[in-house]
Ligand binder design. Structure first.
Ligand code: SD4
Length: 329
């Protein structure tokens, strides 16, 4: 009798434990493999076009999505003309250029650096955190020392032009981030390779003239970037505080898991941000957030708060820049 009862309890516990997993099939989106649009890469803003080009060279040769997204965003990090990413990034209010980046692969390996100074390729340091340490995130001086120990070169940041702009800003010293600055910002990139595997990367110098030490969404897995190799991937740009508040990129992926298209998922996430702005008595017109998303079928989409956000998509039909649809008209 005792035994039977124990067995019953055991069985109940087993079946209860099995319930949450019962719905998680290996293929929740019911992907018909022959219809998958792959390889494909998409990335935020105008500079996504050149970044996609670098990524495509790898994807088109059958390379891994992880290598493609790293190479793609590195192209933008190294461009001194880009004032919101990498080498050319604008400083914080103390005149220090601090960089945030993260990377995630098809196995849910993750790596991230935040508030990293003097290193041109924070995304590669993030990948080294992922592949060479038992941690997932390094910040500030610790991230810098880690990079230097691996042989990364310490570089001088801030061009004369950026320094001049910062000195100008210091005269008023007021922190009012401008939306859609120069139509380019953080680069977030997500890709599916010819094997159908997903990866993503995200890198930025963050919002200009922030308080020293401020970290946005971009290096935070689940906020600025998320990849689930069974479902899809998403990345974000814009006011990082608002993206973190809703765990944005993770939310977009979970919304795709529930059957929403990439565009619908991005839209629902954007609407949640807008609703929270209203609840908190904030003016939504002062902020911009854009998401881009890709699912396992190779379908992609985007949505943002207000006009001005665009993204680049490269698949077998070519590389193109698309305007994102938006909520606040
Ligand atoms: C941040 N999301 O640091 C980044 C910056 C950005 O448009 O994308 N700005 O909050």
């Amino acid at each position: 009798m005792k035994n039977t009862r124990r067995n019953f309890i055991k069985m109940s516990a087993l079946s209860a434990a099995a319930i949450p997993f019962a719905n998680i099939s290996a293929d929740p989106l019911q992907v018909n493999k022959s219809d998958v649009n792959k390889p494909i890469v998409l990335s935020t803003w105008n500079f996504g076009l050149v970044a996609n080009q670098s990524a495509w060279e790898i994807l088109n040769k059958g390379g891994r999505a992880l290598d493609a997204v790293e190479a793609g965003v590195k192209f933008v990090e190294a461009d001194p003309k880009q004032k919101s990413v990498g080498l050319g990034g604008r400083p914080d209010r103390d005149g220090r250029v601090t960089l945030d980046a993260c990377i995630m692969d098809e196995f849910s390996n993750i790596g991230s650096v935040a508030c990293l100074e003097h290193i041109v390729h924070p995304v590669s340091v993030a990948r080294d955190v992922m592949e060479k340490t038992q941690h997932v995130m390094l910040v500030g001086d610790g991230a810098l020392q880690f990079a230097l120990s691996l042989g990364y070169k310490r570089e001088k940041f801030m061009s004369d032009e950026t320094k001049k702009e910062w000195k100008e800003w210091l005269k008023n010293n007021s922190y009012k981030p401008v939306i859609n600055i120069e139509n380019h910002d953080t680069i977030g990139m997500i890709a599916m390779d010819a094997s159908g595997n997903l990866s993503g990367a995200c890198t930025t110098s963050g919002i200009a003239y922030k308080i020293h030490g401020r970290v946005g969404d971009s290096p935070i897995i689940g906020a600025g970037l998320y990849v689930d190799n069974e479902i899809g991937a998403a990345t974000a740009t814009g006011h990082g505080e608002e993206v973190i508040r809703i765990a944005g990129s993770h939310l977009v992926v979970e919304l795709m898991r529930q059957g929403n298209s990439p565009t619908q998922a991005c839209k629902i996430a954007v609407e949640r941000i807008i609703k929270l702005q209203e609840i908190r008595g904030k003016n939504v017109r002062n902020i911009q957030v854009g998401f881009i998303a890709l699912n396992k079928k190779g379908e992609c989409g985007s949505y943002c708060i207000q006009s001005g956000f665009n993204y680049a998509v490269y698949d077998k039909t070519g590389n193109r820049l698309l305007d994102s649809d938006f909520s606040v008209k």
